[in-house]
Design a protein around this ligand. Structure first.
Ligand SMILES: NC(=O)c1ccc[n+]([C@@H]2O[C@H](COP(=O)([O-])OP(=O)(O)OC[C@H]3O[C@@H](n4cnc5c(N)ncnc54)[C@H](O)[C@@H]3O)[C@@H](O)[C@H]2O)c1
Ligand SMILES: O=C(O)C(=O)C[C@@H](O)[C@H](O)[C@H](O)COP(=O)(O)O
Ligand SMILES: [Zn+2]
Length: 356
């Protein structure tokens, strides 16, 4: 089992390995309050069918009472309505301040559960059990939690760190190739920010679904995320680099009414951003070619179906906007991204340069 220690407002471990789900109860016990009695498993219908049973049995064996909150999969559930239902459910089941939530699922489950944990009784513990590659390499670590509002992605939320992250690699066996791609996009993003070696690795790799590929990508991406989050937990500076590809990516998700998934939209967003930075002379070297090579190796669909105007309108609601400026993440060199503040009046031109 691999362990990565995250030292932020809460210090916790990310445990990665095979066969962790059946051992979850024993692994979770030392990180929760000794007074913890009741645990609420939060998950979506698909993950519920696949993994709730084994997790719940393991928690029961470790002496916990469990309750379960299940919601329909999909971005539409990452909403105020589901959050409100979950908070009422926790109160109805009388979870106390020493009890905890267990987020079993992908990034949507993790973001929603984390926000509920941050706000229920003004904050209780929660554990992340990521079951998508995207959640394992990115969303389960770092404590960004939240929900979408009608205007766009993640517009309400809190910084609230988990008490533990348990990544059982066995859960990757039931992921479709498209869901693996979503995780690969965020891992490639981490490489673009801070690890050009990751691109050479992808160049040599045979299969995305091989356990050793998953292990390598998650280990590198989590380590990069650790460094960034430890330097700037609350996203006021260097952490914004983790948003590479996201200003446009979130706009693509929104324009598609979420039929384009987060990871796929981020992949398109990174390409648009790298192409624009190259065309405008903002990059010191060509980052577009290696980025395209790694994404094309895994057969990412990269054609963006929206115009610069459509993307720009959606992106102006992004939370990286401050008044009349917006901060972009620009690849200066492969493995070295920089923040660049531009007037919002230049955003359309930037996106246009990235689409052509
Ligand atoms: N908080 C953060 O730092 C952060 C980082 C990256 C992304 N995100 C957010 O994460 C979300 C995307 O997460 P995601 O890609 O995991 O999507 P998701 O949570 O919707 O999961 C994708 C689909 O996979 C299914 N699924 C989950 N585990 C499975 C398994 N093991 N086998 C088969 N099917 C499984 C789910 O039911 C769902 O239909 C977005 O809302 C994004 O904004 C947050
Ligand atoms: O952890 C971070 O910081 C990230 O930016 C990770 C992103 O992959 C993730 O999609 C995040 O939710 C986007 O942040 P947001 O602040 O733009 O909502
Ligand atoms: Zn993301």
């Amino acid at each position: 089992m691999e362990k990565i220690l995250i030292t932020a407002s809460k210090t916790y471990e990310v445990l990665t390995g095979e066969g962790l789900l059946p051992r979850a109860g024993r692994l979770i016990r030392p990180v929760l309050s000794e007074k913890a009695q009741k645990l609420c498993i939060v998950t979506d219908d698909t993950v519920d069918r696949l993994y709730s049973g084994v997790l719940s049995d393991s928690l029961t064996d470790a002496g916990y009472e469990t309750v379960k909150f299940v919601f329909p999969p999909g971005e539409a559930s990452k909403s105020l309505d589901t959050l409100s239902e979950l908070l009422e459910f926790l109160a109805d089941h009388q979870l106390t301040r020493s009890d905890a939530l267990i987020a079993l699922g992908g990034g949507i489950v993790g973001d929603l559960t984390g926000f509920a944990a941050a706000s229920y009784l003004r904050g209780i513990d929660f554990v992340q059990v990521p079951t998508t590659l995207l959640a394992a390499v990115d969303s389960s670590v770092g404590g960004k939690t939240g929900i979408n509002l009608k205007a766009g992605k993640n517009l309400a939320g809190a910084f609230w760190q988990p008490s533990l992250v348990l990544f059982d690699i066995d859960t990757m066996k039931t992921l479709s190739y498209d869901l693996l791609l979503d995780g690969a996009a965020e891992a490639i993003k981490a490489g673009a920010i801070a690890d050009r070696e990751l691109f050479s690795y992808i160049d040599r790799v045979d299969r995305l679904d091989a356990p050793e590929t998953i292990r390598y990508l998650s280990s590198r991406a989590i380590e990069i995320k650790r460094q960034v989050v430890e330097a700037d937990e609350r996203d006021t500076g260097v952490r914004q680099l983790l948003n590479f590809g996201h200003t446009v990516g979130h706009a693509i998700e929104k324009c598609s009414d979420f039929s384009i998934s987060h990871g796929h939209a981020v992949a398109m967003g990174m390409v648009i951003c790298a192409r624009a930075a190259l065309a405008l002379g903002w990059s010191q070297e060509d980052c577009l070619s290696p980025l395209l090579a790694s994404l094309e190796k895994f057969s990412f669909p990269l054609a963006c179906p929206y115009s610069a105007e459509e993307l720009c309108n959606a992106a102006l609601k992004d939370k990286k906007r401050m008044g009349d400026t917006i901060t972009l993440v620009i690849p200066a060199a492969l493995g070295d991204c920089r923040l660049k503040k531009i007037p919002i009046s230049q955003l359309n031109e930037f996106i246009k340069a990235g689409l052509s």
